[in-house]
Design a protein around this ligand. Structure first.
Ligand code: 6PG
Length: 244
């Protein structure tokens, strides 16, 4: 059977178009969760691709459709660096988004405890806050040029629990990450992929090659990519175009 990308793929006309669509989808999902169950849970992606999405969500925090006081925010992964270090995902998310919101709660990965202890503490926190098994309403993810997602890297082997230590080939090497189990339990996962440097990784995912991004299997999986990242996908995925 010819491989094809699992989930729904939308191609935006560039980073701005990607951010507009991703922010809108994030708000839709969180609004529906709050309306349906009185609260929502969101795990943030690390890296730089979400920057424009976070800026957009922050700009709309007061006037938009999401009651952030009902939203608990988690991290999808974190580098084992101090929270104020430039490489910290938490620092980046705080500057771009979290400092502009009154979220119900923000749960930082306690990486100062070391990757192993931080992962077990975060696994316990996920159960405390979301139940067992912990089901996020939405996880935002990026995709690395090697096909990694969150801090789940190729050849890393499976990990038990809801969060686990991770080892990145590129520094900062020590990481903490949500596991595939936790990501697959999420009611929705949005993967944001921008730029020509990710085109090859996206083709590997579409071909179901053995890279972490290809193993994502949540209830609802959406890929929001821009045209530069989508080159080479023709014939490998049914594509919806946005803003083109
Ligand atoms: C991290 C991220 C990682 C990221 C991808 C894409 O901590 O680095 O969680 O998984 O999403 O590496 O990174 P960019 O968005 O910076 O290209």
């Amino acid at each position: 059977m010819r491989a094809s990308l699992r989930g729904r793929l939308t191609v935006a006309d560039g980073p701005e178009g990607l951010a507009k669509l991703a922010a809108s989808r994030t708000e839709e999902i969180l609004e529906a969760a709050v309306e349906g169950r009185g609260r929502a849970s969101l795990a943030l992606a690390g890296g730089t691709t979400p920057d424009l999405v976070y800026r957009r969500l922050a700009a709309r925090a007061r006037s938009g459709r999401v009651d952030w006081s009902r939203v608990e925010i988690f991290q999808g992964d974190e580098r084992c660096v101090p929270p104020q270090a430039p490489e910290s995902n938490f620092r980046r998310a705080t500057e771009l988004l979290l400092s502009h919101l009154d979220a119900a709660a923000v749960h930082r990965m306690p990486v100062e405890e070391g990757a192993n202890r931080a992962a077990s503490l975060y696994s316990r926190l996920l159960e405390e806050r979301l139940g067992r098994p912990p089901r996020l309403d939405l996880a935002l993810l990026g995709l690395g040029s090697d096909g990694h997602t969150a801090s789940l890297f190729p050849d890393a082997g499976g990990a038990d629990g809801w969060a686990a230590p991770g080892q990145s080939p590129a520094p900062p090497h020590e990481r903490v990450t949500l596991t595939h189990r936790t990501l697959d339990l999420a009611r929705s996962v949005l993967v944001l992929v921008s730029g020509a440097a990710k085109a090859e990784a996206l083709i590997k995912v579409a071909r179901q090659e053995d890279v972490p991004g290809a193993h994502l299997a949540p209830e609802r999986l959406e890929w929001i990519v821009d045209v530069d990242a989508a080159t080479g996908l023709a014939g490998l995925a049914r594509t919806e175009m946005f803003g083109l």
